[in-house]
Each structure stands twice: as structure tokens, then as C-alpha cells.
Write a protein that binds this ligand. Sequence first.
Ligand SMILES: Cc1ncc(COP(=O)(O)O)c(C=O)c1O
Length: 263
Amino acid sequence: MVSVSRRSLLALGAALPLLGRLDWAVASPPPAKVDKVRLNYNESPYGPSGAAREAMQGAIATAGRYPYGHMYALAALFAQQQGIAEDQVAVFSGSMAALRYAVLAFTGESRGLVMAAPSYEVPRQAAESNRASVHEVSLTAEHAHDIPAMLAADPQAGMLYLCNPNNPTGTLTPTEAIRHALANKPQGSVLVVDEAYIDFADAPSCVSWVKEHDDLLVLRTFSKIYGMAGARVGLAIGAPALLARLAVFVVMTIMSRQLGSDL
Ligand SMILES: Cc1ncc(COP(=O)(O)O)c(C=O)c1O
């Protein structure tokens, strides 16, 4: 039985005038002043565009529902824009989550991670927590990934991580070198290309390559170019079978949270 207390009636009474107002569905203004640029997070201090703020504000009213419909619509739109199939795109709470799940899925005690140094530190941390060996290969003198050295670093590698443009150097690895990595990486390994900053460069994306390669995963995020780091929207693009290996960890994360621990 639902018990209705005096206090809950008072709270409802206070909320009723608000229900009649639609102010919350109107886009809030952009930040009045940009006071801090936090270089270590690579965020946009300007925040999302007016259109994005309006859409987000309008969606508050549907926050009681799980967002699957929106996720599938986003995946479908991105797939259409990129000329790939809908089931080659999966939506995550930020690309960092997708990246961590990729490391957990593709590495292990007998399958290491190969990545550049310096580069984005998250895959190394995830591999260490997965008891996988980590082979860090210095960038070349031009600050590009040293693909031949990365290919030779670990014949048992489960995953090669390539951040393009690279964080923190902002440098590009030539497309031909990435193609070479894909063609010559250790058997059974997956190449993960992190394109968090690709919109800021003239370089072509690897997204369309997933049509021909089922051992390639590409990551994209709304955090950087769209100034939406707080909204936590990221995409993983790859063969459906590859995405299914990441999805296992989404379920495990939900379960471990319910059990009171974190993955
Ligand atoms: C290279 C790179 N990949 C992924 C991420 C994580 O992005 P997201 O906010 O989508 O989790 C970052 C964030 O700084 C990054 O620099």
C-alpha cells in the first residue's frame, strides 16, 4: 500500500506550480564567462552548442525511461552518415568506457597490449588491471606512432592501440602506416584506433575500413568536438562480433555496481 504523508502532500503541493511551467524544456544559456581551460582534460570550456543544449534540456522530461531508443537512433544516423551498417556502431557512456572494455576483451595474461609512449594512459591502466603485459613503444622523431616497432613489440599481442591524432602530442600517424599495421599485426589481435580528436585534423578517418576488416575497432567521442564531455557519449565502430565482445563488459559493469563494487 502506498502511504501518503502530510509531508509528501506538501511536497506535491510545492511541485505543482512547476509542472505547469515549461522553463526546464528551454535551453539554458551558454556559460556567462569562460574562466578555466583545463588542458589536462582537453575539455571545451564553451560547452555544447545551442541546438545541443536545447535537445538535452528537452530530453529531461523523458529521463525516467532508459535511453535505448535514442541510442539506436544515434547509431543509425552515424552509420548512415558514414556509409556503414547500423550494427557496426555501438553507443557507450563515453569512449573511455568503450576503450576500457576493449582492453578487457582483447587482452589478458597471455595476450598483451601494445601502445605508444607518450599516449593516452587509459588503455595501459586497463591492461594492468587485467594482468596483461603492456609494451610501450616510443613515438618516432616526428612524434608519429613507430608502426614497425609496435608490430615487433609482442608477437602475442591481443590489442594494438593507436591514438590518431595522438594525445598528448596532437600528432598524426600517416594513413598508410595505419593500413600497414592492420595488415601486419600479430594474428588474432585487434587494432583499436582512437579518433577522439580526428575532427580537429585534416587526416582521413578509419571508420569506413570496418566494412572490410573485422579486426579493427574505431572509437569516437562527443566530448571534444561537440563540447559535451559531461554528457558522456561515445561510439565504438567495428564488426558486430567485435562489438559483442565489448557488450559483455557493459552487463558486467552493471552487475558489479549492483553488487557494490566497480569493475
Ligand atoms: C584519446 C582519448 N580517447 C578517449 C577519451 C575519453 O573520451 P570520453 O569523454 O568520450 O570518455 C579521451 C579523453 O580525454 C582521450 O583523450
